[in-house]
Design a protein around this ligand. Structure first.
Ligand SMILES: Cc1cc2nc3c(=O)[nH]c(=O)nc-3n(C[C@H](O)[C@H](O)[C@H](O)COP(=O)(O)O)c2cc1C
Length: 215
């Protein structure tokens, strides 16, 4: 099978990024971009981000997770602590998260270190989830492990629905958040003729250094 997609090509022209006009704080710029993307899209998940980790064999692995909170402290997502990603993070907590926001021709790449969130943060978020999502977290108690069929999941789901119909579901200990504390941000804005704007913020001696990168 061979498919030639070399003519798939788009011009980018929605915006420019001027290093003199953007904030000295990457978090403020992130927040501005996040809000602009969120208000310009039609319900797609602005908070979906690609999380990259390094496995035991040195291979990177990317997957999408949902950003749930961001602040001066970091970027928080939730997952199963037995999953492949968590096992990788617990051995090497240097990670990369990135966002591709096609509607505004933007990409943000953040390198940082990930640490488990406090039990309180994980509890508060778990408790705010809908019933079905809580049950889902219990069903997939060993996220990333091999299972024999979908039926196994459905049977467990139905059994847990009955078991917890009148009981409070508390957060399983192996489920919770990670907070990614950034050390570098890169903001990419697609430009005409491939003259894209790239502004990198690097954390040096506790201060953000802003630089323009060649596209
Ligand atoms: C849009 C989208 C959102 C997702 N959100 C999450 C999430 O917030 N947490 C999570 O653990 N997995 C999420 N997933 C599933 C992950 O991509 C991944 O399949 C799962 O976490 C297992 O990854 P691992 O085996 O590398 O640990 C999401 C997938 C998609 C496509």
């Amino acid at each position: 099978m061979k498919r030639d997609i070399s003519n798939f090509r788009k011009t980018y022209s929605k915006n420019i990024l001027n290093e003199e006009l953007v904030s000295d704080s990457p978090l403020i710029l992130f927040d501005e971009w996040f809000n602009e993307v969120h208000s310009s899209n039609d319900g797609s998940e602005t908070n979906a981000m690609t999380l990259s980790t390094i496995d035991d064999h040195g291979f990177p692995k990317n997957r999408v997770v949902l950003l749930k909170f961001y602040s001066d402290i970091g970027f928080i997502f939730f997952t199963n602590y037995n999953s492949n990603k968590s096992i990788s993070i617990l051995k090497n907590n240097k990670v990369c998260i990135s966002f591709f926001w096609e509607e505004l021709e933007r990409q943000v790449i953040i390198k940082g270190v990930a640490n488990k969130t406090s039990s309180k943060i994980s509890d508060d978020y778990f408790n705010s989830r809908p019933f079905g999502s809580k049950i889902g977290a219990l069903v997939s108690s060993n996220q990333s492990s091999v299972i024999s069929s979908r039926t196994v999941l459905e049977e467990k789901f139905n059994q847990l629905i009955t078991e917890f119909s009148e009981k409070k579901i508390t957060r399983p200990e192996n489920w919770g958040g990670f907070c990614v504390i950034p050390v570098e941000y890169e903001f990419w804005q697609g430009g005409d003729n491939r003259l894209h704007d790239r502004i990198r913020y690097s954390l040096i001696n506790n201060k953000w250094k802003k630089e323009r990168l060649s596209p």
